[in-house]
Design a protein around this ligand. Structure first.
Ligand SMILES: [Zn+2]
Length: 224
């Protein structure tokens, strides 16, 4: 079976698509700014496919990113009782998790070691790697304990010492213990957690990172 392939520039330029935005948190309208589009079909023109490499820009925050969208004449999804639509297999770069907004530029206020683990964990979370994300969340808690010189013979005691040192509130401590057990399960039982659980745990950690590292730096800068 031979295949006919054609390529064109900007065939899908100017179209509007709805995809998750990493800055706006949620799905937003994006413009296709530029595209490289490929189309293929078999001899009989029975089977056809299209692959579109697109530079896209969020209409809200203007952030530019990249989309790879593939569809073919065989894969359909049902959208109502009697309506079907071509299924689009979509990859977004940088990858993102719908509804999640990370620390963005504020991450630069984190100590280097903490920031490195934070960035890797964000990657794992948005790249659908739940086991690694769980391990990363626990490693983040460990990195904060180390940076704040929390004492104790295990992570349990170190988290409690963070509370003694008033780095985190008692309420924050109980949440960190939850993240610790979540990381344990990921590391020792190779147990993946749901995206929702992990995203929530990450928001809690981000909240702590903001309290401990980001806000003090911003306050220093504003009220010197
Ligand atoms: Zn946006």
């Amino acid at each position: 079976m031979t295949e006919r392939l054609s390529e064109a520039l900007n065939k899908t330029q100017g179209t509007e698509i709805i995809v998750p935005c990493s800055k706006c948190s949620g799905r937003t309208a994006h413009d296709v700014v530029s595209s490289f589009d490929q189309f293929g079909e078999d001899d009989s023109s029975y089977y056809q496919w299209g692959q579109h490499y697109q530079i896209i820009r969020c209409k809200g925050c203007k952030t530019v990113s990249f989309r790879d969208a593939y569809s073919n004449s065989e894969d359909y999804i049902q959208i109502s009782d009697d309506e079907w639509e071509n299924e689009v297999f979509e990859k977004l770069y940088p990858s993102r998790l719908e509804g999640r907004k990370d620390l963005g530029k504020e991450a630069r206020y984190l100590p280097n070691d903490v920031n490195r683990i934070y960035q890797e964990t964000v990657q794992a979370l948005s790249n659908n790697s739940p086991v690694l994300a769980g391990i990363g969340l626990r490693a983040l808690v460990e990195a904060v304990c180390k940076e704040k010189n929390a004492t104790g013979s295990n992570l349990f005691e170190k988290i409690d010492d963070l509370a003694n040192k008033q780095v985190v509130t008692p309420a924050g401590t109980s949440i960190l213990h939850k993240v610790r057990t979540l990381g344990n399960a990921a590391a020792h039982e190779v147990k993946p957690h749901s995206e929702t659980q992990l995203a929530l745990a990450m928001s809690v950690i981000e909240h702590m990172l903001k309290d401990v590292y980001v806000i003090p730096k911003l306050v220093d800068a504003e009220f010197d």
